[in-house]
Design a protein around this ligand. Structure first.
Ligand code: G6P
Length: 618
């Protein structure tokens, strides 16, 4: 949550940070702001409530500058307002800082600084940082670098920051603890940013900062220090590896599509291919997961699994549980990462904890990984963003290779997570002798056929759009499914809620009679996921129960199913596939339905209100 970017170099810094900021807007859009040091040493600062476009309107001309920081905010402390927007400054308007994270002891620090006469101009937790740095300088810190390090040692909580001082025009500082920050390494220029999307236009070379690391940058040099080191050791820079980002700029652009969400749904066939490439060895009846090689021996001794995640990734985890238990006979529990720390599951060395996260930065999921590690459990990541915090903290893992997902509502990443969880289940099944080579071969063959089946569903886009048109005046929806498709009903309902702001409930179809059916009448349509699987007959009965109560029904059914047509008002056809794989296909029409509903209602599809893509606060 919140995106920060800072630039130092020979080019137009304000322009570059503003462009970078646009790529981080998915991290929050309550307000945006920019500060730049112009060539006369004067600081230019503009902040505005709302999206970056609102800030741009306010920015008639950008100053020529070589040093700039910018911020896009998801409000935590203090309402979205200009005074609460970042960057924030110290009393003398010398030190400017943008922050992502939460300073937990801000109250105490603020009180102490107020007593010393510091004047605060916002309600944010962040502002204490600028005054604390100011204080460190006043009390003898020789330069900004030392003052920032000293100040950060006093802070409890999380931060990714970019900071500069008008008194040191050749220095930009970035530092992190708990919130993501990386350093883009260009030619005579450096960019610090919350994620790679903001640096891609200028460089694909990056250095990932670890917790408690601080980058001290000038146009010509970079030095990275550990801020916890004091005394003689503090001056010793760390050696850090420069990595190449394998995403291109085009991957992070909309291309021919109107919205990122639409583009990302259309990338699903390719995303499945990328998840399976070199991994689904159908002929050999095994899944080859290179990322797990280093923990192969421990995997053999695993007796149970815990999957932890948030949001859409959590729903993928629910399906993962069914897959792990069916294909690998591995008892599996799924825990919201936000609950993990506060009611930790009983786990130990015999447990594999899978952290599922598109961004690899979700604070709760990261904390769950840390908690799990303390127990001796084997931690494994299913992560999309290479080099992200979770990817770096787990013992081993499997990357999704789904490419950048920009729309706040997750679509292609969910499908990719399902593909990877299925591969992991097959792999564990083979290791544990729970699935035969033949059965594994058969399932993997079916997996390889999924991309073309997904394309067939995407071709139904027009029909789904018309369906959305005819239902766009409804305010409530019920989504139902059983077994593998129960979590899909949750995900379908979530998509509708988050981007079209229409109320929707996802439910296991069999539970409908225990409450939700009371809501049903002719104005409460139901989306019923009823492929020809082992629970088809049961789901069909539930569908008829709804019909008897005059509910309008949209059914997702296997191609060629004539029976369901008798009861449903509308049928969306899904190609035949084994039930374990059916969520990978059945979720696509639900994503498209939510997308079209949101467009018809004039919503901001890619940036729904109050949400952020990467939730880096608890
Ligand atoms: C936010 C996003 C969701 C996402 C969830 C978990 O709520 O809006 O789309 O599913 O975070 O994110 P992660 O990156 O950990 O998968």
């Amino acid at each position: 949550m919140c995106g920060i970017v800072g630039y130092i170099g020979k080019k137009n810094a304000a322009q570059i940070t503003l462009e970078g900021l646009k790529r981080l807007e998915y991290r929050g859009y309550d307000s945006a702001g920019i500060a730049a040091l112009d060539q006369n040493g004067a600081v230019f600062m503009r902040r505005e409530v709302g999206k970056i476009s609102a800030l741009e309107k306010k920015l008639k001309i950008l100053p020529q500058s070589r040093l700039s920081i910018a911020h896009t905010r998801w409000a935590t402390h203090g309402e979205p307002s200009v005074s609460n927007a970042h960057p924030h400054a110290d009393c003398k308007n010398k030190i400017f800082l943008a922050h992502n994270g939460i300073i937990e002891n801000h109250d105490k620090i603020r009180e102490a600084l107020l007593r010393e006469g510091h004047v605060f101009r916002s309600e944010t937790d962040t502002e204490v940082l600028t005054h604390l740095i100011e204080r460190c300088l006043a009390f003898g810190a020789p330069d900004l670098q030392s003052a920032v390090a000293q100040a950060l040692r006093h802070v409890v909580g999380t931060f990714g920051i970019a900071v500069f001082s008008a008194d040191e025009p050749d220095t930009l500082i970035g530092a992190r603890r708990g919130s993501p920050l990386l350093l883009g390494v260009g030619k005579n220029e450096f960019i610090v940013a919350s994620d790679a999307a903001a640096v891609l236009k200028r460089t694909r070379k990056v250095i990932y900062l670890n917790d408690n690391e601080m980058a001290v940058l000038s146009p010509k040099s970079k030095k990275i220090f550990n801020i916890l080191r004091t005394g003689s050791k503090s001056g010793k820079p760390l050696k850090k590896e420069v990595k190449m980002i394998d995403w291109s700029l085009e991957d992070a652009e909309k291309g021919e599509f109107t919205h990122f969400m639409e583009k990302e749904i259309h990338e699903i066939p390719e995303v499945i291919e990328n998840a399976l490439r070199g991994r689904a060895l159908a002929k050999e009846g095994r899944a080859k997961l290179g990322g797990l090689d280093s923990v192969e021996e421990q995997l053999g001794g695993i007796e149970r699994a815990v999957i932890t995640a948030c949001g859409t990734s959590y729903y993928a985890g629910l399906i993962g549980k069914y897959l792990f238990e069916k294909l690998a006979h591995l008892p599996t529990e799924v825990i919201y990462a936000s609950e993990f720390r506060y009611h930790p599951p009983i786990i130990g060395k015999e447990t594999a904890v899978f952290a599922v996260s598109q961004s690899g930065e979700t604070a709760d999921t990261l904390e769950a990984v840390r908690e799990a590690k303390k127990t001796g459990a084997l931690t494994l990541g299913i992560v999309n963003v290479v080099g992200s915090s979770i990817a770096r903290e787990v013992h081993a893992g499997i990357y999704n290779h789904a490419g950048p997902e920009i729309a706040v509502a997750s679509t292609k990443a969910f499908v990719s997570q399902l593909a990877v969880l299925t591969l992991a289940a097959v792999h564990l099944g083979r290791v544990r002798g729970a699935i035969s080579q033949e059965s594994a071969a058969e399932l993997l063959k079916e997996m390889l056929a999924l991309p073309s089946k997904a394309r067939k569903i995407l071709a139904l886009g027009g029909k789904i759009k018309n369906l959305a048109k005819s239902y766009s005046n409804h305010d409530n929806f019920l989504y139902l499914g059983r077994k593998y498709n129960w979590p899909v009903s949750l995900e379908g309902a979530l998509k509708l809620k988050e981007i079209s702001y229409v109320h929707a409930e996802g439910y296991p179809a069999g539970e409908m009679k225990h409450g939700p059916i009371a809501l049903v009448d002719s104005n409460f349509p139901a989306m019923v996921i009823a492929p020809r699987d082992s629970v088809y007959e049961k789901t069909l009965s539930n569908l008829q129960e709804l019909k008897a109560r005059r509910a309008k029904i949209i059914a997702l059914a296997t191609e060629g199913d004539m029976e369901i047509k008798k009861y449903a008002n509308h049928v969306i056809n899904i190609p035949q596939t084994p039930e374990e794989l059916s969520p990978i296909l059945s979720v696509i029409p639900l994503q498209l339905f939510a997308y079209h509903m949101a467009v018809l209602k004039g919503r901001d599809v890619d940036k729904p209100r109050n949400l952020a893509k990467s939730v880096t606060v608890e």
